[in-house]
Ligand binder design. Sequence first.
Ligand SMILES: *[C@@H]1O[C@H](CO)[C@@H](O)[C@H](O)[C@H]1NC(C)=O
Ligand SMILES: *[C@@H]1O[C@H](CO)[C@@H](O)[C@H](O)[C@H]1NC(C)=O
Length: 293
Amino acid sequence: MVVSLLACVVHLVLVRMSDAVDLGKGERAGLRRRLNDGDGSKKGQSEAAMGSGRMFDAVAPRYDFVNRVMSMGMDRAWRRRLVQTLQLEPSDRVLDVATGTADVAILVGQQMKSRENDTKRDGPCVIGVDPSANMLAVGRDKVSRAFLNDTVSLELGDALALQYEDSSFDKISISFGIRNVPAASRITALEEFHRVIKKEQGKRLAILEISEPAGTGLLARLARWFIRLNALVGAWLSGRRREYRHLLDSIQAFPKQDDFCYMIDKAGFTVLGVETMGFGTVKIFVAEPKATR
Ligand SMILES: *[C@@H]1O[C@H](CO)[C@@H](O)[C@H](O)[C@H]1NC(C)=O
Ligand SMILES: *[C@@H]1O[C@H](CO)[C@@H](O)[C@H](O)[C@H]1NC(C)=O
C-alpha cells in the first residue's frame, strides 16, 4: 500500500516533468545542449527554460490525461485540499498563479458559484494566470464545459510581473508552479503575490509543491529512495536521462521547509501552517499577508 501510494506521488512528478520536456525536435536539442553545459550560469538558463510558457505549450493537449492516469487521481485530492485551505468567502476575488489547464481555478470557480446568491457580481471572481497560451486554451475548454465562463477568466501572464493592481485579490493559490520559477527569482514571485493581495486579516496565500522529504526516519529515507529509483526508471524508459536528472535536481534543490517558510515571511506574509501529504513529498504552505513587508 505504502509503496504503491508513494509510486503514485513520484509518478505524478515524473509525468509532469517528462511532459514538460517533451518538446519539438529542434527545441529539445536546444534544451539538451543547455542541460549539457554543466556550469552554474548555464544551469540558471536551463532552469528558466524549464519554467517558460513555451515549454509547456508543446505538451498541453495530453497533459491532463497523463497526469490523471499516472497519479491515479491523487493530484485531485491535493488540489481540493489546497482550495479548502483558502477558506473561500462568497465575496472573494481569487487569483490562481501558474494555473496551467485551470484545475484549481475551476475548483475555486465551482465553489464560488455554488455560494452565489441573486447578487450579481461585475466580472469573473476567479482569475487564472499562466505563461503558456496552449495550456490556457485547454483550460478555457474545460472552463466552458464546466459552465464557468462568467466565473473564471484565464489570462496570459508571468508570475514575476503580474498585470494586476495592488491589493486587488482576497486569495491567491499556486500549485506545482513555484518550483519552476528559477531559484533566484522565487522571492520576487512571492513579493508580487504580496503586492496584489489585500493586506488584511483573513486573506490567504496557499502554495502546493513537491519536495524531497527531510529527516532520517525510515519513511523519509524510503520516500527519498523511491524518488531516485523512479527517476532512474523514468530515465531508462524514456531515454532522456538528462531531463530526469534535471527533474531530480529541481526537487532536491527546492528549499527545505523552514527555508521556504523564511522566504514567504521575508516577502511579507505570516506562515500560518504547513500541511504534509504523500509521505512528505507534497506540501501545502498557508500564509496570511502582513500589513507591510
Ligand atoms: C447570500 O445570502 C445569505 C443569506 O440570505 C447572506 O447572508 C449572504 O451574505 C449572501 N451572500 C452574498 C454573496 O450575497
Ligand atoms: C465560453 O467561452 C468560450 C471562449 O473562451 C466560448 O468558445 C464558449 O462557447 C463559451 N461557452 C459558453 C457555454 O458560453
